[in-house]
Write a protein that binds this ligand. Structure first.
Ligand SMILES: C[S@@+](CC[C@H](N)C(=O)[O-])C[C@H]1O[C@@H](n2cnc3c(N)ncnc32)[C@H](O)[C@@H]1O
Length: 247
């Protein structure tokens, strides 16, 4: 998959069987946030935040339901995790971050991409996510993956300590995003890459519309933080992908 400039006006086609899955994601986003889309409509425009509570059990209370109900094989059809990981340009031995790792959906792909010499940091603000991922990491045998709880406003990464950062379905949850992106940029090594994967505005399902961010808003936020930014051409039916590179 290569780099281009403008995904706007792209028609979003949705396989009918994906609709219930995306409806679940919508419900989960609302549940994680602890407020309905009606409440969300009162949130401030123009670049709202689907913000979670501070790092605690309140972060995402329905992980069991999330993991049981979201059939991962079916999710694979529209999330296309291998394609996403390919866009991240991982190499063996790298240190990669999965920011807002949730139930750890991407972890086995990241683990494989960086190999035994590499490291995967699975960061989340939710204690229940961390606990869930710890079990999953053990069950799936991913010795190079380490889950870690972080503060909502700080990924807690040392300067120039990581090579890649994946932020999937999570950027819209973060508040103070330009400041946050500055921290991510500082954490990346030369040649480093940040990948933001989030729902398109015109996707018929996903987070509440008021909570979504346009791809150009995300681009402006990353540029504001000092990244060299590109829109990445992808084959995802519901998402855009923005790349931020260390200039
Ligand atoms: C919709 S889930 C996405 C999970 C995973 N990335 C995926 O695509 O399956 C969003 C996750 O981001 C986490 N999150 C929200 N705000 C965050 C923040 N400021 N820093 C780190 N994680 C955060 C939530 O706790 C939740 O687990």
């Amino acid at each position: 998959m290569s780099l281009i400039v403008n995904p706007s006006n792209r028609a979003i086609r949705m396989p009918p069987r994906a609709i219930p899955l995306l409806a679940l994601v919508t419900a989960l986003c609302a549940a994680c946030n602890g407020r309905s889309s009606q409440n969300a409509s009162a949130a401030a425009a123009p670049a709202p935040t689907h913000e979670h509570s501070s790092g605690s059990e309140r972060g995402c209370p329905h992980l069991q339901a999330y993991s049981e109900q979201l059939d991962e094989q079916q999710r694979d059809e529209w999330q296309r995790p291998e394609g996403v990981i390919e866009l991240l340009e991982c190499r063996v031995g790298m240190t990669v971050v999965d920011l807002g790792a949730g139930t750890g959906y991407f972890l086995r792909y990241l683990s494989e991409a960086v190999g035994r010499e590499g490291h995967v940091l699975a960061l989340d603000i939710s204690r229940s996510s961390i606990n869930w991922m710890s079990s999953r990491i053990e069950r799936e045998g991913l010795p190079n993956v380490r889950p870690e709880m972080v503060a909502p406003d700080d990924p807690g990464l040392s300067p120039r300590s990581v090579d890649r950062i994946l932020v999937a379905n999570t950027w819209h949850h973060i508040s103070g995003r330009v400041d946050y992106a500055e921290k991510l940029l500082a954490a990346l090594r030369p040649g480093g890459l940040l990948l933001i994967v989030d729902f398109t505005i015109d996707s018929p399902e996903g987070p509440p519309p008021q909570m979504r961010l346009t791809y150009d808003t995300v681009m402006r936020e990353l540029e504001g933080a000092g990244f060299a930014v590109e829109v990445v051409q992808e084959e995802l039916p519901y998402h855009y992908v923005i790349a931020g590179r260390v200039p």
